[in-house]
Design a protein around this ligand. Structure first.
Ligand SMILES: *[C@@H]1O[C@H](CO)[C@@H](O)[C@H](O)[C@H]1NC(C)=O
Ligand SMILES: *[C@@H]1O[C@H](CO)[C@@H](O)[C@H](O)[C@H]1NC(C)=O
Ligand SMILES: *[C@@H]1O[C@H](CO)[C@@H](O)[C@H](O)[C@H]1NC(C)=O
Ligand SMILES: *[C@@H]1O[C@H](CO)[C@@H](O)[C@H](O)[C@H]1NC(C)=O
Ligand SMILES: *[C@@H]1O[C@H](CO)[C@@H](O)[C@H](O)[C@H]1NC(C)=O
Length: 428
């Protein structure tokens, strides 16, 4: 290994946060005086929004900003967050542009990986903060967070939307959507859809001038897709591999944003034909899942029948992992809830052709964990990553006669786990 590569690996390891914190939803709200109407729209939509997504393992953070103050970010319980939103007050100044880039940076600093930053402002960013883009892009890359900018103004009505916002959005898997006061409530509908489905791939590298045809492939692991088009009078049509226009669910259709959802897609090549009056931006959300079965046993198991769905703590325990036969296991990690500790497990193939693998570990009582699995498609080498739902080791019980122990542990189960597809060559 070259020294350079070694240093690179070291940096990567240091840069990736190990703590499995909850996804943060950071509401970055411009509170200058011109935002009076927007703040009242935020207040009238926030309760229902929070109510519909609060159970999705998220934490809410409020980050108000008004020139020259940015923050501080307020991290409260869900009800505390709502109280704080209802206490928001606009401040005396009416400057334009605003310190929105500093606020976005602070939001990224304050939030964990995979967080969502929602920016509500009616002003363009200050030019003297342009250098922040590099930091913001870097943080979005490392944290895999998203930044969505909901704009309700542009300093001067004749100005175009500031290109800096587009840069931030493109580099942070987001979008810039211009709403008028009458349609700002749609921003909340979009927020709900983004949080509810656990999208594991978000691409925002598409922009267009008046129109564009974007091809995308749906593979066997794709379960849901959502496409958002922002711009002036945007529209979208989805065309399947047979060249037929598909009937898709349109959840938002305003004069500046249109969002469609697709479920149960069959495998194949598709085309999204997007149109608009001028410049526009497309964000594609994909959710993929793989079916993985797993079980635990103190003896080397030959099948799921010989395992139980939670390990017995304190003794050496085998983990049987069964993948789709087209996949080959490349790593198993144990992620401890609470501490966020990650432990790489050694594993071996029990029957590679059927996708059977075993690892071994001694589990600790009371330490709930998840298994993080990376696999590779045997033929095209596509890499898939997924995490199981949490598993809690068994409570200590009085030892039972051997026969009934086996009988009790004959629990069969499987879980669909979320997966992210990567192209293998990126990693070599
Ligand atoms: C937010 O605050 C809670 C409790 O005060 C804490 O447990 C949690 O870790 C905080 N979140 C972040 C991202 O710091
Ligand atoms: C919204 O939530 C806040 C904080 O929990 C509460 O005080 C307020 O009455 C709620 N408003 C509505 C319209 O439900
Ligand atoms: C997209 O493809 C259609 C034909 O399927 C074509 O008529 C249209 O001009 C294309 N649009 C762009 C922007 O290339
Ligand atoms: C790899 O093969 C699977 C199964 O045939 C397919 O669904 C997937 O789209 C392929 N991936 C790539 C990148 O070709
Ligand atoms: C979407 O809204 C536009 C007006 O902005 C309208 O012309 C169009 O018919 C709508 N499309 C759908 C599918 O509702």
């Amino acid at each position: 290994m070259s020294r350079l590569l070694f240093i690179f690996l070291l940096l990567t390891i240091i840069a990736v946060p190990f703590v499995l914190s909850k996804r943060s939803l950071v509401f970055v709200v411009d509170t200058t005086i011109s935002m009076t109407d927007e703040i009242s729209i935020i207040k009238s939509n926030i309760n229902a929004t929070v109510d519909s997504i609060k159970d999705f393992d998220v934490e809410f953070i409020l980050l108000p900003f008004a020139d020259p103050e940015v923050g501080p970010p307020i991290n409260e319980t869900t009800s505390g967050f709502l109280d704080m939103v209802h206490l928001l007050e606009e401040k005396g100044e009416n400057d334009c542009p605003e310190e929105s880039l500093g606020a976005i940076k602070m939001a990224l600093q304050r939030s964990g990986p995979n967080s969502h930053i929602y920016v509500f402002t009616d002003a363009k960013p200050r030019t003297k903060d342009i250098d922040e883009i590099k930091t913001i892009t870097n943080m979005c890359d490392i944290q895999k967070s998203q930044v969505l900018i909901f704009l309700t103004g542009k300093c001067s009505p004749t100005d175009p939307i500031d290109a800096v916002y587009y840069d931030v959005a493109k580099n942070c898997r987001g979008s810039v959507i211009l709403y008028d006061l009458g349609s700002l409530r749609h921003a909340f509908k979009y927020i709900k859809e983004i949080v509810k489905t656990q999208w594991n791939q978000v691409d925002a590298q598409y922009d267009f001038l008046r129109g564009k045809n974007i091809s995308f492939a749906v593979d066997t692991y794709t379960t849901d897709m959502m496409i958002s088009v922002a711009g002036e009078h945007p529209d979208i049509e989805i065309i399947n591999h047979l060249g037929e226009k598909m009937d898709v669910q349109r959840i938002i259709n305003t004069s500046t944003a249109c969002v469609v959802i697709m479920q149960q897609l069959t495998e194949g090549e598709y085309k999204a034909a997007v149109t608009g009056v001028d410049y526009g931006m497309v964000t594609i959300y994909t959710r993929r899942a793989i079916h993985v079965e797993f079980g635990f046993s103190s003896k080397l198991p030959r099948s799921l029948d010989e395992t139980s769905k939670a390990p017995i703590p304190g003794i050496s325990c085998y983990i049987l992992v069964i993948l789709d036969a087209n996949l080959e296991l490349t790593s198993i990690k144990l992620q401890i809830a609470k501490t966020g500790e990650e432990i790489h497990l050694q594993y071996q193939a029990l029957d590679k052709t059927r996708g059977y693998y075993v690892a071994n570990n001694i589990f600790e009582h009371g330490k709930t964990f998840k298994l993080s699995i990376t696999a590779r498609h045997k033929e095209n080498k596509t890499v898939i990553e997924g995490v199981t739902p949490p598993v809690k080791p068994q409570d200590p019980v009085r030892p039972l006669p051997a026969r009934s122990q086996v009988f009790l542990s004959r629990v069969l189960f499987g879980q669909t786990i979320l997966a992210t597809l990567f192209h293998f060559n990126v990693y070599l």
